[in-house]
Design a binder for this molecule. Sequence first.
Ligand code: PMP
Length: 355
Amino acid sequence: MSQYWSAVVHGLTPYVPGEQPKLANLVKLNTNEHPYGPSPRAIDAIRAEASDALRLYPDPTAERLKNAIAVRHGITPRQVFVGNGSDEVLAHAFMALLKHDRPLRFPDISYSFYPVYCGLYGITFETVALDENLAIRPDDYLPNGDAAGGIIFPNPNAPTGRLLPLADIERIVAGNQQCVVVVDEAYVDFGGESAIALTARYPNLLVVQTFSKSRSLAGLRVGFAVGHPDLIEALDRVKDSFNSYPLDRLAIVGAVAAIEDEEYFERTCNAVIRTREQLIADLASLGFEVLPSAANFVFARHPARDAGELAAELRKQAIIVRHFRQPRIEQFLRITVGTDAQCGALIGALRKILG
Ligand code: PMP
């Protein structure tokens, strides 16, 4: 009963994840999952591990996976932290690295989990407005008097899909060496350039990635961070205080096989990128204004139609997209790039709705 709740719990506004309805024949374009399944090699590896081996605890440091990530990104395993989805990795970063004595800065339109973590860990924050084109303005993140207690933003940003070039990321990181800058690269493999290369030069940069999107393993819950070993040690200290295993045995073998299947990764990400470009063109031909996207989703608005009503009309036809009731973006729909057939169904439905 709530009279027993601590003050922290009263202050929390729970994060509302995208819904996962269980309708048959659903065209599910609302939570940015990958439309093609994971690498068959990942599924084989998980099947093989689903055996007597599950009697045994997993490797408490997930060394095999850290090695595989290090090889793929040309870094050392000491620069890698792994966790149950990038959400958990981010949670540890908020607790361990984003200083609590000065406000954390992040864009006002961004991943809605960030303010939730702040509530959970008692972190004060300041949001920074996106510019008139819903893009991050790097200059706004350079110290102008008061230094930040930390900076975090997704690149590409979510839910806009807009990408900041690496040179802009570097300016932000170089200009804020008194604090940690976290770049959340959940969607970077769909046309962005990772800031991992910059971690060799900037000990204040933490790059977070996930296996949920470009590796199509959202159900396995694997994410990781790359940064200077000092930052990684801070994350490890938080994890070790929970006495938790970073990943279970199935997740470790599945993620290793997925990251080693470079060919499948390239082919399926390229397929999503091609479909995205077609989807942008088709939406534009129906009169939508579509932001440039470097992600596996697009952000679009119709100048003459209410986005909430469009989403409701689509839902009647078992097509679900994401609509945010948030100032400045309430007229946008965020649409995950599905297969060609799914996007074709969406465009067909919209054509009918728009008349
Ligand atoms: N960062 C961003 C920007 C996201 O959109 C998401 C997915 N909702 C995540 C992190 C978390 O993804 P996961 O926990 O599945 O790795």
